[in-house]
Design a protein around this ligand. Structure first.
Ligand SMILES: [Zn+2]
Length: 570
């Protein structure tokens, strides 16, 4: 890997995977799964008789998964925070990095980045005293324990049986043999006991060279298709890595989603077939069967641009399909509309963008909030503040970039989405929307709780400088830029941040509220009960925490005889 040996870097985190080697291997391997996974859903062979046979199955399943992944192009997002001890010695983030791309293993290619940065700056070192380099693809590597998994390279030791969620697993410790090549997985893996798929593995890779390090990681897979477990979450952390320039502490969350994007296109084609059957459905929706007057035509034109942009964002995998969380947001929007007696010419919609950076924007009459923003907002009144700002753009009739109504403007490569779709507003419009939003909030049921909204903004202001990648929007306007902060007038009535007070929650950690289905991209509100904090340091505003998904099995759809408790008719 010659490109990593040059330069003046003090330390290099070697996270890169030789994907081309993997691709070569896959092309020669027998590929029972290359037909899209039907082999994986067939009834499994009889249960293995020995631990050695279990390992044979695990290796076989792992190679099958690698072959399946060649046909899938999930979105991979990594958000990383670099931490240093604060004045009380608790680790607090001091800077961050963000990667978003699509994992393409079809021909050994690297990932395709959505975030506009040159290759050089993507690899650029982190600011501060550390000279660290992270390879986005390195985080994608952590979705496999070994891209070239051979039994002969490892010692396997059975530990026990254990449940992860409702899934019974074999727990197995894995150590590379002394003569195995570098970069082999060492740690523990959990293997479900029906098809022998690895569902979780936790550890690191054996070190490749003196100045190269691998992060420790905890990698999770979810049962997204009957019999198929696909990578979904990776938590990585390195808490006390000694380097020449001091101790390094980093935490990162990697998420994968958008596995079923091709199917989205396919289902649209199915819709076409249905339209042919039911010809009523294609009739124009308008009540009056006549050409619209110019004003209506103008509105229809804007609506067309709005629909194009939303459809495109959904197809790329950046926007969740319409669903129940949208309705929760709409309830808050309707609270604002009703208490302010607003009379809007058309209905307001809400949608969820699937990415972590905190942002909100409006496309025509559709308000979009990011998953990360929904995660960190502490309460309904803070949510109302964000929605009130966006609703104000609609109420004030701020113009929408309706060049998007020309369909050819939607023809561009997915990875250019952030450049080609831009919903930023002018500073003047932002100020006007802030002013209007304050008026809307003061007439609403949220008027009593504006101090807690101010508290959230204060927390945001406090962390904004340290977390530029989390604060930087990709499609809309920033919530905080430098000293200026959205709805800053609310800061005046807000209490001071008291980090010792357990009951003062200004902002939540990332990942706590929104649950994303990596197959369908559908989102739902997490069902977890609110937790009483034991320590002030558990507040972790805007911070990264480990993943602990409750694993479940999909009901088997292929008459799988081994599955217990699943309906045979389904
Ligand atoms: Zn705005």
């Amino acid at each position: 890997m010659p490109r990593f040996t040059q330069g003046c870097l003090l330390l290099l985190l070697l996270l890169v995977l030789n994907f081309s080697a993997m691709a070569q291997d896959l092309s020669t391997s027998s590929s029972p799964a290359s037909d899209g996974g039907s082999a994986a859903t067939a009834a499994p062979p009889p249960a293995p008789g020995s631990f050695d046979e279990v390992i044979d199955r695990v290796v076989e399943r792992e190679r099958m998964l690698l072959a399946q992944m060649r046909n899938l192009r999930p979105i991979v997002e990594t958000y990383l925070q670099n931490l240093k001890p604060d004045i009380r010695g608790n680790p607090a983030p001091v800077n961050d990095q963000y990667f978003l791309g699509r994992l393409d293993m079809s021909d050994g290619e690297e990932d395709v980045s959505f975030v506009r940065e040159s290759r050089r700056s993507r690899l650029s070192k982190m600011t501060g005293v550390y000279s660290l380099r992270f390879q986005p693809l390195g985080f994608a590597q952590m979705v496999f324990p070994d891209a070239d998994f051979y039994k002969k390279n490892y010692h396997f030791n059975f530990v026990r049986r254990e449940f992860l969620g409702e899934v019974r697993c074999f727990v197995i410790d894995v150590q590379p043999k002394s003569d195995a090549p570098a970069g082999k997985f060492q740690g523990r893996m959990w293997v479900e006991d029906q098809h022998y798929s690895i569902v979780r593995f936790n550890g690191t890779y054996s070190r490749a060279a003196r100045n190269n390090f691998y992060l420790h990681f905890d990698s999770w897979r979810l049962n997204l298709k009957p019999g198929v477990w696909l990578p979904a979450y990776v938590y990585s952390e390195e808490s006390d890595m000694e380097t020449q320039s001091g101790r390094v502490h980093v935490k990162a969350q990697t998420r994968l989603w958008g596995y079923d994007l091709q199917a989205l296109g396919k289902s649209r084609n199915d819709e076409f077939a249905q339209i042919l059957v039911d010809s009523q459905a294609v009739k124009d929706q308008s009540v009056v069967a006549a050409d619209p007057p110019p004003v209506i035509a103008e509105r229809m034109w804007e609506r067309q641009g709005e629909d194009n942009a939303i459809e495109r964002l959904e197809k790329v995998g950046l926007l969740a399909p319409a669903g129940d969380v949208d309705k929760v947001l709409l309830t808050v929007v309707n609270n604002l509309i009703l208490t302010n007696n607003l009379d809007l010419e058309s209905e307001v919609h809400c949608r969820i963008m699937l990415t972590a950076p905190l942002e909100s924007f409006t496309i025509g009459h559709t308000i979009v909030l990011s998953r990360g923003l929904l995660d960190v907002l502490p309460d309904e009144s803070s949510l109302a503040m964000v929605l009130a700002h966006e609703l104000s753009h609609i109420v004030l009739g701020h113009s929408f970039n309706d060049k998007l109504a020309f369909n050819d403007r939607m023809f561009f490569p997915d990875e250019q989405s952030f450049q080609r779709l831009d919903f930023k507003r002018k500073p003047g419009d932002e100020e006007a929307a802030d002013e209007k939003a304050l008026e809307l909030l003061k007439n609403s049921p949220y008027k009593e709780k504006l101090a807690s909204v101010g508290l959230f903004l204060r927390a945001l202001q406090l962390r904004a400088a340290d977390l530029p990648s989390l604060i930087r929007p990709h499609l809309g306007n920033s919530l905080a830029a430098g000293r200026s902060i959205r709805m800053s007038v609310l800061l005046t009535g807000a209490p001071q941040i008291d980090e010792h007070r357990i009951d003062q929650i200004a902002a939540l950690p990332l990942g706590g509220r929104i649950k994303l289905d990596p197959w369908s991209d559908q989102v739902e509100l997490a069902k977890a009960q609110p937790v009483t904090l034991a320590l002030a340091r558990e507040k972790m505003p805007f911070e990264i925490t480990p993943f602990f998904p409750y694993l479940t099995r999909l009901p088997n759809e292929s008459g799988d005889r081994v599955a217990s408790g699943s309906s045979p008719s389904k």
